[in-house]
Structures are given as structure tokens and as C-alpha cells.
Write a protein that binds this ligand. Structure first.
Ligand code: ADP
Ligand code: MG
Length: 288
């Protein structure tokens, strides 16, 4: 291979908003046949907002918001930011949690106003009918529904909306046009994942995957003989990005994801992934 052509290729990439770590990355880009996409922050904007508070019988709305807002206050997760902000907007000043703990990929636990609070996918008892119904309806709409529980009872379902990026569907159509198979990978609920996938034209969905298991999903696909690219933005994607044959990070994402990747999509626009594949094919064709 002519190093010059490869360097020109990487230089052209920079103009397209595709930062390529080294010339050899173009070769792995050319080989891929499968593109695994993280949902939150990659296919969607990741800018979440609290759009619904659904209460169990007897739950006081202001108390639910105070406890939820305080419990999420210290978490960096986009769901936590949406809940803390949404709660503060509705109740004003939030109490301070006495104790706080993150449960990776599942939610948070905290002690607030003397109550043992959990939010996310942590509560594992049965939900009262009204909450079960609210959760299903939210998920069918593509919204993330998290359970707010305290003192061993589910008290509310909080409904969080994210937005699909306006460019995601076009990018996925063009990836298919290049012969690549898109797969949606997420820690979120299966129904939510399927709704978002349908919106952007993906039919292969792998949902409810814990952060520490995302890399194993990549390995499994590779074991089926697939050459896998992974596109992600979060700390929870870093291991999968490193494991993939090609890792692409959203430039709008975390530093950890960018460091683990071979390519950075500067503007966080999935169409740049299409540009990267086309560029690698064109560059290597020039050389051969
Ligand atoms: P993704 O793979 O889409 O980036 P995560 O692995 O970060 O998602 O989270 C998976 C799921 O865990 C979320 O959809 C949510 O149900 C729950 N969760 C994670 N963190 C929190 C939190 N801070 N508050 C509430 N729920 C959470
Ligand atoms: Mg993400």
C-alpha cells in the first residue's frame, strides 16, 4: 500500500469531520459488514427530558419529585439529569441526599428525608396495575420508563423522552446501501429499543444489555463471522468500542469513548460514519 494515498485519505477524512487515528484504520473500515449502534446519545440526541410522572395510589406527587430529584442529583447519567432538572422545575429547591450510590446500567439508590429511595431498573417487586400500565404505554411510545420506589414499595413511574437525531434514519439507509447490517444495542428496555429502531429503519435489536456486557455482544457477533464496527458515545460503550474491529466515537461523547475508538465523528452526526466507509473504500481502491 502507498502510505501517501492513505495519508491523503486520512486528511480528506478530517475535512469531512471524520478523525482517523492512523492510516491503517482505513483497512479495517473497508472490511466491516456489521455496524452496531448504541441508542442513547448515538442514534438519539441523548438530551432527555422528564415528560410524565405517573403515581401509584396514595403517592404524593411533590414528595415523589423531591425524593427522585434529590436521589438523581449526584448522578451524571442523562436520565438522572432529566429527572433532577424536571423535579427542580416542578418543586423548587430539592433536599440533599444523605447517602448516594450509582448502580451501573440500572439506576441509583439514595437515602433522602429518611427514606431508602431507588430509581431505574432496580426495584424488582410487582408493580401496581396503574404503574404497570403507565410503564407499558410510555415504552410503546419509545420513552424510557423508570420506577421510583422507596421503603420497599413502587411509588411512581417517571417517563423520560429522548429524540432521534434528524440525520439518523438517512445515515442508516445509506449504511444499508453500502451493504452493511445495522444493529441497535442498548441497556434500555426491549420495547423502547424496538420503537426507536423502527423509527430509524433497524430490525436487529439487542436490548437490556448491562454496560459490562456490551463488549461480549461484540465478541458474539464476531464469533458468527461478522466484521463488526461499533458506534458509541458513553463510558459504558468504551469496552465494546475497543473490542470491535472498528470503533467509532461520537465527538459529542465522553473522552473515554473517544480514546477507545479508531475514528471520531466530530459533529456526532451518524452520516459521517457513512463518509468514513466510502472514504476507506475509495482510498484503498486508488492504491490497488
Ligand atoms: P444506554 O445503553 O441506552 O446508554 P444505560 O446502560 O446507561 O443505557 O442504562 C440502561 C437503563 O438503566 C436505562 O434505560 C434506565 O432504565 C436505567 N438507568 C441507568 N442509570 C439510571 C439513572 N441514573 N436513573 C434512572 N435509571 C437509570
Ligand atoms: Mg450512549
Amino acid at each position: 500500500a502507498t502510505p501517501t494515498a492513505l495519508l491523503v485519505g486520512t486528511g480528506r477524512g478530517a475535512q469531512l469531520g471524520v478523525l482517523i487515528k492512523g492510516p491503517e484504520v482505513l483497512e479495517s473500515t473497508r472490511r466491516i459488514d456489521t455496524v452496531v449502534l448504541d441508542k442513547t446519545g448515538t442514534v438519539t440526541t441523548g438530551q432527555m427530558s422528564l415528560v410524565g410522572v405517573h403515581l401509584a395510589d396514595g403517592t404524593d406527587e411533590m414528595q415523589a419529585l423531591r425524593l427522585a430529584g434529590a436521589a438523581e442529583h449526584a448522578s451524571e447519567h442523562p436520565i438522572a439529569r432529566a429527572i433532577a432538572l424536571g423535579a427542580a422545575q416542578r418543586v423548587g429547591e430539592l433536599p440533599v441526599a444523605a447517602e448516594f450510590g450509582n448502580v451501573e446500567g440500572l439506576g441509583v439508590r439514595a437515602t433522602v428525608e429518611g427514606h431508602q429511595v431507588s430509581i431505574g431498573r432496580i426495584f424488582d417487586g410487582a408493580l401496581p396495575d396503574a404503574l404497570h400500565e403507565a410503564k407499558s404505554t410510555a415504552e410503546r411510545a419509545g420513552h424510557t420508563a423508570v420506577v421510583l420506589a422507596w421503603d420497599d414499595a413502587a411509588r411512581a413511574v417517571l417517563e423520560i423522552a429522548d429524540t432521534v437525531k434528524p440525520t439518523s434514519a438517512e445515515a442508516i439507509r445509506r449504511l444499508r446501501g453500502l451493504g452493511l447490517r445495522p444493529v441497535l444495542l442498548t441497556g434500555d428496555n426491549e420495547t423502547v429499543a424496538r420503537t426507536v429502531a423502527a423509527e430509524v429503519g433497524i430490525d436487529e435489536v439487542i436490548a437490556e444489555v448491562l454496560p459490562q456486557d456490551k463488549a461480549a455482544v461484540i465478541t458474539r457477533l464476531q464469533g458468527e463471522g461478522r466484521a463488526v464496527a461499533m458506534v458509541g458515545d458513553g463510558i459504558n460503550d468504551a469496552a465494546a468500542l475497543a473490542r470491535a474491529d472498528l470503533g467509532l466515537a461520537m465527538g459529542t461523547g465522553t473522552d473515554v469513548a473517544i480514546e477507545a475508538s479508531d475514528i471520531t465523528l466530530v459533529r456526532g452526526d451518524l452520516r459521517a460514519a457513512v463518509d468514513a466507509v466510502r472514504l476507506s473504500r475509495r482510498t484503498l481502491r486508488t492504491i490497488k
